[in-house]
Design a protein around this ligand. Structure first.
Ligand code: ASP
Ligand code: MG
Length: 424
């Protein structure tokens, strides 16, 4: 048994969906659980819709109309027979959503967000499943909300692995008796009260990992528009290299520091059951890609993770006392309450420095509250460069014409908060 995950970019148009069928046909002798994300940028559009509906910032209906048209256009190319049942299925799903946004919200934003945004995956899997059936790949569509059970932390559902495993055994494994392929949704889960939750943005990788864990799958493949895991993001770096093999440990470290190729939560469940994870190109499905598995081998090239729009806060006691444990626990509590994630921190006797993403609203609220107790210095528009398996040469090259505001080195990883020198 294998688990395949296809992300939004791989099913962004009719050709993408056809390509999923092409990829699956290369693996006709394997039972495959196929996990699919919302098509293209649908989740962003649905987020926009959820905001418009909840906060009444603009009319919600035109946004929904656009999402509907996008999906129907794809269907028209995939299903020339307009009496195909997919059209009624989609029509029904969209009608429900139209009705939902006609009513006033009854609960908090995060709850309403999940009920709306989850529709992207429901629709994409309906379309892909129907198309695969047309293409001779008989498959069963399953609602993952009856498999993956979470608590009711909306937008960041915590998975109950025990319950999920029991449901996978009861519902999903038997489905493979009759079908070679099961198609289901990434990103979403269900609560004990049958409400929908989401697992956090880009969470479909994590879904694949949860299901692989519960299925005791032989392997997982994440199909991407890159040839595998690269040692840097091509968006920022001209020269990148594909990594052929990566240990779970290195993969966890890289994703933790912000490598976006795989969702950070993906690795742990796989590592716990020693299930290898492949990252491959959906454009060249027979090429090797990258394998992530148990291993001691360290990477022999540096990997770079680059983040822009960083903010550096320097927090100091107003009365020239030291930063002590009691201040720290209070400071951490504030960061957590304001939902500001710490990317890097450093403590000195009289100051605590923290680098975090420059989310203007969250930072503003946090700084305001910190200022009632501390003096807060603030530096925005910075870059955070993380290099795993650095050499002095790589650091010198990266920091030419840069001013380093904060640096931290461990044996394998260096992190630098920096900005351009004036005039560069
Ligand atoms: N569709 C979701 C998102 O865009 C989940 C995913 O793509 O992994 O965040
Ligand atoms: Mg995605």
């Amino acid at each position: 048994m294998a688990v395949f995950k296809f992300g939004g970019a791989s099913v962004k148009d009719a050709d993408g969906v056809r390509n999923v069928a092409y990829v699956l046909k290369q693996f006709s002798n394997v039972k495959i659980c196929v996990v699919i994300s919302a098509m293209g940028k649908t989740t962003n559009s649905l987020e926009h819709l959820a905001n418009a509906y909840f906060y009444k910032t603009e009319a919600a209906e035109p946004i929904l109309e656009e999402i509907k048209t996008y999906h129907f256009d794809i269907c028209k190319q995939l299903f020339p027979d307009f009496t195909h049942s997919i059209y009624t299925e989609l029509e029904n799903t969209f009608v429900e959503l139209y009705w939902a946004i006609e009513d006033e919200p009854t609960q908090g934003f995060d709850f309403e967000y999940d009920q709306i945004v989850s529709i992207g995956e429901i629709i994409s899997t309906r379309i892909v499943s129907a198309y695969l059936n047309e293409a001779g790949l008989k498959n069963k569509w399953m609602d993952v909300r009856s498999l993956i059970q979470t608590d009711n932390t909306y937008r960041e559902g915590k998975v109950d692995f025990e319950l999920t495993e029991a449901l996978v055994n009861k519902e999903l494994i038997p489905a493979f008796k009759a079908y070679e392929i099961v198609v289901t949704q990434g990103f979403i889960g269900g609560t004990s009260e049958n409400f929908t939750t989401t697992l956090g943005r880009e969470g479909s990788d994590y879904t694949a990992s949860i299901l692989a864990y519960c299925l005791n799958a032989e392997n997982v493949t994440i199909w991407k528009d890159v040839p595998g895991v690269l040692n840097a993001d091509p968006k920022w770096f001209g020269k990148t290299k594909k990594i052929d093999e990566l240990s779970y440990h290195d993969a966890i470290e890289l994703t933790y520091y912000g490598a976006t190729v795989i969702h950070p939560k993906t690795i742990k469940p796989l590592q716990n059951k020693n299930i290898p994870l492949y990252v491959k190109s959906f454009l060249n499905p027979t090429e090797e890609g990258t394998v992530i598995r148990d291993g001691e081998k360290r990477l022999n090239i540096p990997s770079y993770i680059f983040k822009v729009d960083q903010v550096l806060l320097s927090i100091q006691p107003k009365d020239f006392s030291f930063i002590a444990e009691n201040n720290l626990s209070y400071i951490f509590e504030l960061f957590s309450r304001h939902g500001v994630k710490i990317n890097l921190m450093q403590l000195s006797a009289i100051s605590f420095s923290v680098c975090c993403d420059g989310d203007a609203e969250k930072i503003k609220a946090l700084v305001e509250e910190l200022q009632s107790q501390f003096k807060v210095l603030f530096n925005a528009g910075l870059e955070l460069m993380t290099v795993r398996y650095y050499t002095q040469d790589t650091i010198d090259t990266l920091t030419a014409n840069k001013i380093i505001l904060l640096e931290q080195r461990s044996r394998f990883t260096v992190q630098m908060v920096m900005k351009n020198e004036i005039g560069t």
